[in-house]
Design a protein around this ligand. Structure first.
Ligand code: F6R
Length: 590
């Protein structure tokens, strides 16, 4: 979702440092990339449509101690050299993450004064606006411009007359790390060099003037602010493929470790009594998130309902922010977000909190926007998740949510259940024979349907999202009982129906659905931990036998298996699973 980088250091290698930061940040967008360097009062810019690596040789030849950079996920204007950031005007060069909602009216106003945009972006107008407000004080011009912008923005700005760069935050993240006497700003912590252990997180409404000598913080009225740095443990957030061809493969391997680490961290530091009383004192629980985070909420709903014996709702955050139900002080919101910065989730939570609700955030990013709104934060310990498709963070979310749901009972026993399940994951994801067979079948299909009942249906929803986003094969998920209410019309030899059967009480019902598919010429494959289903269906079609665990925890195993299938299918079809087309991680715009 666009990434910005800024660097100020006394050497002359700022462009190279920014280039390396952009490589680490590329998961936030890969439509175009660009770098501007300030040296001796002169700004030089390179920018190109396409991947960051295209800038390598140009960046190597750019000398100067101060630079900014950008990797783009296009929202306004197609991916092109002209629409690439940085955008330059007059004395300024600007990179932007977010969306400027009032760009059209600003564009018109600036055009009347003779300042014309040449790109189709909403971002270029920022450079023109800052220039229009400039009369020798770069910081004052940036602050005045920030106060006029509507929408969301993280900015890094160079000015010919300012020996440093200026960073701004409003609803889009910026972190600034100190390393070896230099200062490095980025949209996400993993883009900072591993040595940057002291990290400042800008608050909404902050401006940071970053020079060789240090950082000065202000609000948009230029009143000085005090910000404390946080120590980020070395290695926890670094981006490293660790010998794997793709981050996705590495991160799936980290599923089990993530569950264990999340459970350990919960036992070590969560206040189970406080969480338990938030659960019991609420009249109503709303779980929310987007994409995979929402999908983990679907499974969690069952955990909370079984633990509390009352209904719980799960809402998509992008809907909830505009159509919130009536809430009050007895409403508890459980917000799930890997990045903690997803604009829809943050806004939905913000709105419900203003309505009086209490908020528990479940997140992989401890210093993110959502943690600042929540009353309690439960960490997911996945470490840096670089692949755009969420895998290990989903496992960590499930683990954290399961533990929260058990806070009114025996949390230690619940943590033990999770570590037992985690132990079974490596044998599932290393089952190459089944993973190859399933991914071959997917790769040959025009469409893939994932079907299940109960928690298996919830796992199917995530399996479907995973397959479609990395392989570009159309897929959807249905409760298996729904097949005959419509979707069966789509079943023929070009479609594959993947059944998940791990809920013994409805296994027989799923067998009938499998037969309905087969007798209409459809292809099918099954994952099951129910021995009778495996024996019966093994006679007709590929069956992947999963280890037996408590049915409510079965999604941990089916999800791990189907993450691996999605990965292998993408690779078979020649897709890059780490950077699916049209997508980016950390969706900080609407
Ligand atoms: C899918 C995926 C997205 C995210 C969604 C929410 O693999 O990664 O659907 O799950 O954009 O992101 P977070 O969890 O950061 O709020």
């Amino acid at each position: 979702m666009c990434g910005i980088v800024g660097y100020a250091g006394r050497g002359k290698c700022a462009a190279k440092c920014v280039y390396e930061g952009l490589l680490r940040l590329e998961y936030r967008g890969y439509d175009s990339a660009g770098i501007s360097v300030l040296d001796g009062g002169k700004i030089t810019t390179v920018k190109r449509s396409g991947r960051v690596c295209q800038l390598e040789s140009a960046a190597g030849g750019m000398s100067g101690g101060i630079a900014i950079g950008h990797t783009r996920w296009a929202t306004h204007g197609a991916p092109s050299d002209t629409n690439a950031h940085p955008h330059n005007y007059g004395a300024f060069s600007v990179v932007h993450n977010g969306i400027i909602e009032n760009y059209a009216e600003l564009k018109e106003e600036l055009a009347e004064g003779g300042r014309l945009c040449i790109s189709e972006t909403d971002s270029e107008v920022i450079a023109l606006l800052i220039d229009s407000l400039y009369s020798g004080d770069a910081l004052a011009a940036v602050a005045a411009a920030a106060a006029r912008l509507k929408g969301s923005f993280a900015l890094a700005v160079l000015c010919r007359d300012f020996e440093g760069f200026i960073a701004v935050r409003h609803k889009s993240p910026v972190a600034i790390g100190e390393c070896d006497g230099a200062f490095f700003a980025a949209s996400d912590v993993p883009a900072l060099p591993a040595e940057a252990e002291n990290v400042y997180f800008l608050e909404d409404g902050d401006i940071a003037a970053v020079t060789y000598d240090g950082i000065a913080f202000y609000d948009f009225g230029l009143n000085a602010q005090r910000r404390e740095s946080c120590r980020i443990p070395r290695g926890q957030f670094t981006a490293d493929k660790g010998g794997y061809v793709h981050y996705m493969a590495k991160e799936i391997e980290e599923d089990a470790r993530t569950i264990r680490d999340t459970a350990e961290a919960f036992l070590r530091s969560a206040d189970a009594d406080a969480l338990g009383s938030l659960l019991t004192s609420s009249d109503e629980i709303i779980i929310t998130g987007c994409g995979t985070a929402y999908n983990s909420g679907l499974i969690a709903r069952r955990y909370f309902e079984s633990a509390l014996g009352r209904p719980v709702t799960v809402e998509i955050a992008s809907e909830l922010r505009y159509y919130p139900p009536p809430v009050g002080k007895n409403t508890l919101v459980i917000a799930i977000s890997q990045s903690g910065e997803t604009a829809d989730t943050v806004e939905a939570v913000h709105k419900l909190r203003e309505g009086g609700a209490s908020v528990i955030a479940v997140t992989n990013c401890g210093y993110s926007a959502i943690t600042r709104i929540a009353h309690a934060v439960v960490p997911v310990c996945a470490g840096a998740e670089i692949c755009v498709a969420a895998t290990k963070s989903y496992m960590g979310q499930l683990a954290a949510l399961y533990l929260i749901s058990r806070c009114t009972g025996d949390v230690r026993a619940a943590a033990k259940e999770l570590t037992d399940v985690a132990e079974k994951i490596p044998s599932v994801i290393s089952d190459d024979a089944n993973a190859d067979c399933f991914s071959d079948m997917c790769a040959e299909s025009f469409a893939v349907f994932f079907l299940g009942r109960g928690a298996d249906y919830d796992a199917a929803v995530e399996a479907s999202l995973k397959l479609k986003e990395v392989s570009y094969i159309f897929s959807d998920a249905y409760p298996s009982g729904e097949l005959k209410h419509g979707t069966l019309a789509l079943v023929d030899e070009s479609t594959l129906s993947v059944f998940i059967i791990c809920q013994p009480e409805t296994a027989n019902k799923c067998l009938s659905a499998v037969h309905e598919v087969l007798c209409r010429g459809g292809r099918a494959a099954v994952l099951t931990s129910v021995p009778e289903a495996a024996e019966e269906l093994g006679k007709y079609l590929p069956v992947w036998k999963l280890p037996k665990v408590s049915p409510r925890l079965a999604p941990f195993l089916s999800a791990a298996a189907l993450q691996r299938v999605a990965y292998l299918t993408a690779v078979r079809l020649g897709r890059n699973p780490d950077k699916p087309r049209n997508l980016a991680k950390s969706v900080t715009v609407e």
